[in-house]
Design a protein around this ligand. Structure first.
Ligand SMILES: [Zn+2]
Length: 267
């Protein structure tokens, strides 16, 4: 297959491509439990982005996945320092329904946030549950993206749950984080059948053949790049796109064009 394309050759020679930038649509920021992340300070993240040709990083603060009140606001300060490189997902915690309404209202008051982040499996709370409704209604009303953690077979955020959500909220743009890991075919069908559903590549890029299924079933216009930075080095994920059996047009769609469209970001 096409492993000697202009984009691949440029990446292999220089570690990045001048005319094929990357938009990372699934990243995190800040400390998480006792895990050591190398190169996770904002300046170091920017350094890695530059080295790998990553134009934009869209992230949710780790702190916000636990304490949304504190974490989202702390991350707003980091974004404000790099407004032309970083964007944020405003994390929603479904465990406190009375707070979700307040969190959604607060979203508008902070610059640089482009959508919401749901982590349903971690909270063991389904995307379709009533506690998420205020955020989904808001996203539906404003055509806002939501990065959903999704996983094959999950009753909280598996492909069937995403399909139900896509049907109920046709204007919310739903990014299936991890592309419904393991249920590649089924997740790709949902992305194919619903204009507002996209597959996001975190963890999926390392599974041989998964990306080819997504491109065949959903089309490369329905896939965005992500890698859970700083959990993984972007070279790993980008390599997964470069060395998949797909065309350079597919690689451009996945690495930046689709995200450019969904998030309205200049490159
Ligand atoms: Zn993640």
């Amino acid at each position: 297959m096409n492993f000697t394309s202009p984009i691949v050759e440029e990446y292999v020679a220089h570690g990045r491509s001048a005319d094929c930038p990357v938009i990372n649509t699934h990243a995190h920021f800040g400390p998480y439990k006792a895990i050591y992340f190398p190169m996770d300070a904002p300046e170091q993240v920017l350094h890695t982005m530059d080295a790998c040709g990553v134009r934009w990083l869209i992230a949710a603060a780790h702190g916000a996945l636990v304490d949304t009140d504190r974490g989202n606001k702390e991350f707003a300060e980091v974004i404000a320092r790099y407004p032309d490189r970083l964007k944020g997902y405003w994390a929603i915690n479904p465990g406190y329904p009375e707070r979700v309404v307040r969190e959604v209202a607060a979203f508008e008051q902070f610059e640089g946030f482009v959508g919401f982040k749901f982590l349903s499996d971690y909270y063991q709370y389904p995307i379709t549950g009533p506690n998420y409704a205020p955020a989904l209604e808001y996203a539906n009303e404003h055509g806002l993206p939501i990065l959903l953690h999704t996983w094959g077979g999950s009753p909280y955020d598996g492909p069937d749950v995403v399909e139900e959500t896509a049907r109920r909220y046709p204007n919310a743009r739903l990014l299936m984080g991890h592309a419904g890991y393991g249920e590649w075919e089924r997740a790709s069908q949902v992305a194919r059948d619903y204009p507002n559903v996209f597959l996001e590549l975190t963890a999926a890029y390392r599974v041989r053949g998964a990306l080819e299924i997504m491109v065949r079933v959903a089309g490369s216009e329905k896939i965005t790049f992500g890698d859970d930075h700083p959990w993984f080095d972007p070279r790993y994920g980008i390599g997964g796109v470069l060395f998949a059996h797909i065309s350079d047009e597919d690689r451009r769609n996945i690495l930046y064009r689709n995200a450019q469209r969904v998030f309205g970001l200049p490159v």
